[in-house]
Ligand binder design. Structure first.
Ligand code: HEC
Ligand code: HEC
Length: 204
């Protein structure tokens, strides 16, 4: 066994501890840092029934979406899987750390209805396959998948058309969208929008 003088051992231990600390600090998600960024987001996402300019669907509700999904969505705008001029610009202006922080902040505002478990609607036949991921009540079963319950109907229609047309790129949802007719999309969007769930994110 090699024996090192005590001060050397102490120095190595201190060095290791410092490097571990730095790594942890850099990866730590901080919702309070995300609050300052989030204020800008709420200028659109915090206004009930605020509309996208063209086409004029309503800005999606975020209250009740999990942080993991919010991060995925923002990365999608950044890497081109999703295209929307304003959201792409927003996402590209943020660092990876800021995306994590603002997602934690927005997810922390939550939704009372999602936390309470939502409502049970009578699901149309077209929703049978969706439940495996998006839940029986439209509340997602994993934080990587979006909750659909309570989302704006016109945004849901727009999102499903985007997958069907290959404009929003996702390996899971493009084939799902490809199987849906216009009538299916209409029925599904109305059904999910009518369930209790997502809320327009507000600070209070
Ligand atoms: C000028 C209005 C506006 C601002 C400001 C804005 N958003 Fe958006 N956001 C939108 C619109 C419109 C969409 C829907 C875009 C689309 O069709 O993909 C969207 C979509 C999103 C989505 C995807 C939601 C989903 O269900 O997939 C997330 C996440 C999001 N925004 C987060 C943010 C964050 C975080 C900020 C602040 C850094 C922000 N937004 C700022 C208008 C805005
Ligand atoms: C195997 C799991 C799975 C199944 C089954 C599934 N989805 Fe999805 N869904 C996802 C994932 C993952 C995303 C996020 C994809 C992305 O990042 O664009 C998503 C996104 C969506 C979105 C966009 C939500 C938003 O906030 O932008 C809608 C709408 C949607 N799904 C509807 C449906 C419908 C309707 C069905 C059934 C016909 C269905 N999904 C079946 C996994 C699934």
């Amino acid at each position: 066994m090699i024996t090192m003088p005590k001060p050397v051992v102490a120095a190595i231990v201190a060095m290791l501890a410092a490097s571990v600390y730095v790594q942890v600090a850099a990866a730590e998600v901080d919702a309070s840092r995300g609050e300052a960024i989030g204020a800008g987001c709420l200028a659109c996402h915090g206004i009930e029934d605020f509309r996208n300019a063209d086409p004029p669907y309503r800005v999606p509700k975020l209250g009740g979406q999990a942080a993991t999904y919010l991060v995925n969505a923002l990365q999608g705008y950044r890497n081109g899987a999703r295209s929307h001029p304003i959201m792409s610009a927003q996402a590209k202006s943020l660092t990876e750390q800021q995306i994590e922080d603002v997602a934690a902040y927005l997810a922390g505002l939550g939704s009372v209805a999602v936390t309470a478990g939502g409502s049970d609607g009578s699901a149309p036949a077209a929703a049978r396959t969706c439940a495996a991921c998006h839940g029986q009540n439209g509340i997602s079963l994993s934080p990587t998948w979006p909750t659909l319950a309570g989302q704006h109907e016109d945004y849901l229609v727009y999102a499903l058309e985007q997958y069907r047309d290959g404009k929003r790129k996702n390996g899971v949802m493009m084939p799902v969208g490809g199987m849906l007719s216009d009538a299916d999309i209409e029925v599904l969007a109305r059904y999910y929008a009518g369930l209790e769930g997502l809320e327009t994110t507000t600070k209070d």
